[in-house]
Design a protein around this ligand. Structure first.
Ligand SMILES: *Cc1c(COP(=O)(O)O)cnc(C)c1O
Length: 401
């Protein structure tokens, strides 16, 4: 957590990564967001904040998470060797806890009493409810009625952790309305509360702040990989929903001679409504207070999206990824549901690791890429574990026999 808006650093002081990002807010939210920016600038260099966050990562989350050489999988696949950054071994089972603990600690430093957020599939809600319980803060999670029914186990988890789940019953009753509802609640109570975004998206400073909290993934992985192999990986890859696990890993390798690839979900095909491959099929637009590549209809409204991985089906994407695509430093590719399914079963059967369906997208790309390489290495961010996906998998894919 260094470099406060240094020269040549993105974002600039207005939160722009090239053309993307920024802060497009209703006037009433200007003041609360200015307060968050100011607080974040302060804690970035604050020794006691940094040391408390380090201690939490080590003793509560279980960091550092290991890098694992998936040797059997690599040997069976032929070609390059595949390594996994095991973010699935974090407390609560995914990388989201990295930024949720940071956001919770920021709330504590700001003297806030309540964390407010929306959740779609419930993963961000559970991670944030965990942070709230840890810090002794209230927690209010807004969730569409449709998602509440679909994601019942996560609703129970949030409630067990002491969070209040607020049902949202207007519009399509899913993520977009949940965001609107959470924003409204924040507006009414910003003196006491802070809004906590679940990825490197939303108005400035969230794409910057969430990235900084996720950087630990890349810093650890680069050092661990080098210690294991004496080299840097030839290819670094991660799945991209909003883009937080990917930017966390990528950030450490941007100045290295590594190929860096983000993998987006192609769902069942290339038509609107069949996928959520924002980088490949999106055009510049504004969603949830920031500018990015966006899957949109002719009126500029976010288009319907689909993926078997509920954590990846977002029509926008983090502004830094848009910038990295335009500069050519990072390439973005896609993965079908069916390819994800194969990778999911291969890792489960050949290594004894059940991955999150989101993470299996990155793994599917790695398997394809490894085959094209005779030698060399690929580092994959295994962003989460698949326990949350078991019902979906058994119902839709069976046990893989
Ligand atoms: C939420 C989630 C993602 C997608 O979010 P990003 O911000 O793109 O990282 C990926 N993997 C897992 C396991 C998740 O829970």
């Amino acid at each position: 957590m260094t470099n406060k808006f240094k020269k040549n650093c993105v974002p600039n002081s207005e939160g722009f990564f090239g053309n993307y990002g920024g802060k497009f807010l209703p006037p009433q939210l200007e003041k609360p967001f200015a307060e968050i920016i100011e607080a974040y600038n302060k804690i970035q260099d604050d020794a006691s904040f940094i040391s408390e966050l380090r201690s939490i990562r080590k003793h509560f989350q279980g960091r550092p998470t290991p890098v694992f050489h998936a040797k059997t999988l690599s040997d069976n696949n032929g070609g390059a060797q595949i390594y996994l950054k095991r973010e699935d071994l974090n407390h609560t089972g995914a990388h989201k806890i990295n930024h949720c603990m940071g956001e919770g600690l920021l709330a504590k430093y700001m003297g806030k009493k309540k964390l407010i957020a929306e959740t779609g599939a419930g993963q961000h809600g559970v991670a944030l409810a965990t942070a709230a319980a840890y810090f002794g803060l209230e927690c209010e999670i807004h969730m569409g009625d449709v998602d509440i029914v679909k994601q019942a186990p996560n609703v129970s988890r949030m409630q067990l952790l002491g969070a209040k789940v607020v049902p949202v019953s207007f519009g399509l009753k899913t993520l977009k309305e949940a965001v609107d509802s959470a924003f409204m609640a924040y507006l009414e109570d910003y003196e006491n509360s802070i809004y906590c975004i679940g990825s490197v998206v939303g108005p400035h400073p969230f794409p910057l702040m969430v990235r900084d909290f996720q950087k630990v993934v890349g810093i650890e992985a680069r050092e661990q990989f080098f210690e294991m192999t004496g080299n840097l990986p030839d290819v670094v890859t991660a799945c991209v929903g909003g883009g937080s696990n990917a930017i966390g890993l990528f950030s450490a390798f941007l100045n290295d001679p590594c190929e860096i690839i983000g993998v987006e979900p192609l769902g069942t095909g290339t038509k609107i409504g069949e996928h959520a491959a924002t980088m490949t099929y999106g055009t510049e637009g504004i969603i949830h207070g920031f500018k990015c590549y966006l899957l949109q209809d002719e009126a500029g409204e976010p288009a319907p999206v689909y993926s078997c991985a509920s954590g990846l089906d977002y029509p926008g994407v983090g502004p830094e990824h848009c910038y990295l695509k335009d500069t050519g430093r990072v390439e973005y590719t896609t993965c079908l549901d069916s390819e994800c399914r194969d990778a999911f079963f291969k890792l489960s059967r050949q290594e004894g690791i059940i991955p999150a369906i989101e993470s299996a997208h990155a793994l599917a790309f790695a398997l394809k890429k490894a085959k094209e390489m005779d030698t060399g290495s690929i580092l994959v961010n295994l962003s989460g574990r698949g326990d949350k996906d078991l019902d979906y998998v058994i119902e839709n894919w069976g046990t893989g026999d």
